[in-house]
Every structure is written in structure tokens, then in C-alpha cells.
Ligand binder design. Structure first.
Ligand SMILES: *Cc1c(COP(=O)(O)O)cnc(C)c1O
Length: 412
């Protein structure tokens, strides 16, 4: 009997009991709206913002409805105007170009490298051609570009960096948290990210005006004085009448669910990385597999794994995905011309001006992706790794040219 995996790739951990207790207390109070407070009460949203700002080492933090909302709000609060070019990775998830469109911007897509990070040379070219003032840097699937080189390039090109940290909450580049490099950073608390309130998002920043605008945009009315992780009232007075209310607040119920998870985030990161490394240890040496390099400075969160199978054509990749699935392992192929589930290629975002990214095309053509939910044990992850390696070996056949020349056909 071939090895078969029984786990569910979309099953996340349950909400911790401490979070459930807090959530129930909020429901018992009836005060779910963040501005519905009684005298002396510090609502869950405010406490969460304070704690997330402290975790990030940021001056300010705003909790909101989703990661995508955080992205569009950060862009608007920074000052993207209608029709303005916004640079972003050619390989990202659709909420990123969606947020740029929602803010009125025009996505200018930048190539990625074989390590799945933004190509800094292409960034420089695209920045010069487009005259863009801002980069929405997507740390897609948790891969972090050399942030020293990126920030140097951004400075010399005169572009501001807003970070999409949907997959890097809890990650660092060297000693700096992912999200602490740019002018603002955006996070998601959606079920498949690193802390789970169903839906939810954050913006962090040290920029006073940006954060005052973001707070008003999120629907604070004139109640911004009930926030704590925001700039002083004088800053709000400068922007409050020029900034529209685009409702997207977080509520106390979600905040209550998130606070105990945030307190344990570093523990979750450790658990993800143990699992990531168990799969990586099997796949990295497997013939025909290329895994992105992860430099020492990249303290990533292995909540998903990506690998390339450059020797397989489309038919081979479809066969690999089908055979892994038949043995219980759910891979997604980012190269599919047809957008499937959460994967979509940039050329399927037809609301953008058409752009051609040959390097990104080549990389995505053989790029496979797999979620690593924490409901899997480390041993589960070894089983998964072996199934993928087996399926791949069977597909490549006994006489794959590279090994054949050295081993199989050697004269006895
Ligand atoms: C999930 C995700 C988002 C958006 O987060 P939501 O909370 O689902 O809106 C943005 N960027 C990337 C890379 C994501 O994976």
C-alpha cells in the first residue's frame, strides 16, 4: 500500500480557550462596537492595538476589517491619488492589485527572482519608467527580499515602501521585524494567516499623518480620541475634515479572539518552522526539485511551502498535482492559466493594464505551493514530504537523464 495522508489542509487550530472566554465576556457585555465603552473601560480593540504596536515596535497601530482593507487604507492614507502608478510584485495574491485598484492606483508589476522575492533591478527599471512614488512590497508566501538592498534602492529611487505582511506576521529580517522597514505595514488576521479571527487586519506605522488619516478612513467619526495607539489630537485636527469615512473598523469580539493568539505568536512561529523544515529536509535533496534559498537573515514563518519542478511540463505538473492529491496531499500550482482557489496569475487580473513579465512567467510555470496548517504534526509533515518525493520520482521515471548518466547506466 502506498503511503497516504489523511489530514485536512484547510483545518486550522481551534481558537484558544482563553480567547473564547474573552469573546464570551464581550458578548455578555453587549458592547461589541469599539466605541461603545463605559467609564474607565479599555475596550479589547484598543488593548489589541496597543499590544500589536508593542509587538511590532511601532508607534501606531490601527485594527481593521481585513488585510485587503488595511492595504487599500494604507495606500490612501499615504496619499495615492487617482490614476497614480503603484509598483508591486508580479507574484502576489489578488487582494494586493485589488487594494491598489480600490485606492485608485494603477498597478505596475515588477518581476520576481527564483527565490520568489521582488527583483530589485527590475524594480529600478519600472520605477524609472513609471515615475511611481510608492511600492506595495508583498512578502508573498513569506519570502522576504534582502531588506537592506531593497530599502537602499527605494531611497535612491525616491519611492516609499508600504509592506504587505499577510504572510510575514512574526517574521524578521535580521533583527528587524518584517513590517518595520517601510513607511507602513499591513497584516491580516484572516483564518489562513498567522492569527485567526475569521477576518481582520492591522496597519502599523510611525508616520503621524498617515496614521491619523488611516484612522479616519477606517470609520472613527470624530471618536478617534478613543484610540490609544494613534497620534495626538493636533494631527487629527489637520486631516479630519479632508479624509472620507470608508467604514472598516474592527470590533471588540474579533479583538478579544486575537489577543491571546498574539501573545503566543512566537510559539506558533516556532511550530510552523519545525513543520516547514521537516518537509524541506525531504524535498530539498529530491531530484528535480528547486526550493527557494532562505538566507540566514530571513527569519521566516513557514506557514506554507513553495517549490519548483523545472523539468516538468504542464502535463507533468498536472499529473504530479493529481497523484499527490490521490494520496491526500493538496498542492496548488501557481502557473495555471485558469485562476483556481486562491491562486491566480497576474495576467488574469484583467482590470490592470496588460503587462509582460517573462521571468515571473517562467518561475510560476513550475511553482507549486502547499499550506502547512498547525493541526499537522511534524511526523505528518515527514509523511507529506515523502509522498511528494515519491510521486515526483515515479513521474520522472527510472532513467531521468541527470542521474542516469552517473548511476543507472554506469557499466557494472
Ligand atoms: C491574504 C492576503 C492578503 C489579504 O488579506 P485578507 O485579510 O484576506 O484581506 C493580502 N496579501 C496577501 C499576500 C495575502 O495572502
Amino acid at each position: 500500500m502506498p503511503l497516504r495522508f489523511q489530514g485536512n489542509f484547510t483545518q486550522q487550530l481551534p481558537i484558544p480557550e482563553a480567547a473564547i472566554e474573552r469573546a464570551v465576556a464581550v458578548m455578555r457585555s453587549g458592547r461589541l462596537h469599539r466605541y461603545n465603552v463605559v467609564d474607565g473601560e479599555v475596550p479589547e480593540t484598543v488593548q489589541l492595538e496597543r499590544e500589536f504596536a508593542a509587538y511590532m515596535g511601532a508607534r501606531f497601530c490601527l485594527a481593521c476589517t481585513s488585510g485587503g482593507y488595511a492595504l487599500q487604507t494604507a495606500l490612501r492614507a499615504w496619499g495615492v491619488s487617482h490614476g497614480e502608478p503603484v509598483l508591486t510584485n508580479g507574484f502576489t495574491l489578488s487582494p494586493v492589485p485589488g487594494a491598489i485598484a480600490a485606492a485608485g492606483g494603477e498597478s505596475v508589476l515588477v518581476e520576481i527572482t527564483d527565490d520568489l522575492v521582488i527583483d530589485i533591478d527590475d524594480l529600478a527599471r519600472k520605477a524609472r519608467c513609471s515615475q511611481a512614488r510608492v511600492l506595495m512590497l508583498s512578502h508573498m508566501r513569506g519570502h522576504i527580499v534582502d531588506m537592506g538592498a531593497l530599502m537602499d534602492a527605494a531611497e535612491s529611487l525616491g519611492i516609499a515602501v508600504i509592506e504587505d505582511c499577510a504572510h510575514t506576521m512574526g517574521a524578521r529580517w535580521g533583527n528587524t521585524k518584517s513590517g518595520a522597514h517601510g513607511v507602513a505595514a499591513c497584516f491580516s488576521a484572516q483564518t489562513y494567516k498567522h492569527i485567526n479571527s475569521g477576518e481582520g487586519g492591522f496597519i502599523t506605522s510611525d508616520d503621524e499623518e498617515l496614521m491619523a488619516r488611516a484612522t479616519i478612513l477606517s470609520g472613527s467619526y470624530m471618536l478617534y480620541g478613543r484610540h490609544e495607539a494613534v497620534p495626538s489630537d493636533e494631527v487629527f485636527e489637520r486631516v479630519r475634515l479632508d479624509t472620507p469615512n470608508c467604514s472598516g473598523r474592527m470590533d471588540n469580539l474579533r479583538a478579544a479572539i486575537l489577543r491571546p493568539q498574539l501573545a503566543d505568536l512566537d510559539g506558533l512561529v516556532h511550530a510552523w518552522n519545525e513543520r516547514y523544515r521537516a518537509i524541506e529536509a525531504i524535498l530539498r535533496p529530491a531530484p528535480g526539485v528547486h526550493l527557494p534559498e532562505r538566507p540566514d537573515a530571513e527569519m521566516y514563518v513557514g506557514s506554507s511551502i513553495q517549490f519548483m519542478v523545472p523539468d516538468l511540463d504542464e502535463a507533468g505538473i498536472r499529473k504530479l498535482v493529481a497523484e499527490c492529491l490521490a494520496r491526500g496531499v493538496d498542492l496548488k500550482w501557481f502557473g495555471d492559466a485558469e485562476p483556481v482557489a486562491y491562486t491566480s496569475r497576474y495576467d488574469s487580473w484583467r482590470y490592470l493594464e496588460q503587462q509582460s513579465l517573462p521571468e515571473t512567467d517562467r518561475i510560476l510555470a513550475s511553482l507549486l505551493d502547499m499550506r502547512i496548517p498547525l493541526t499537522f504534526s511534524v511526523e505528518d509533515c515527514r509523511v507529506i514530504g515523502r509522498i511528494i518525493a515519491d510521486c515526483l520520482a515515479a513521474l520522472r521515471g527510472p532513467a531521468a537523464p541527470a542521474e542516469a548518466s552517473s548511476a543507472a547506466t554506469a557499466p557494472r
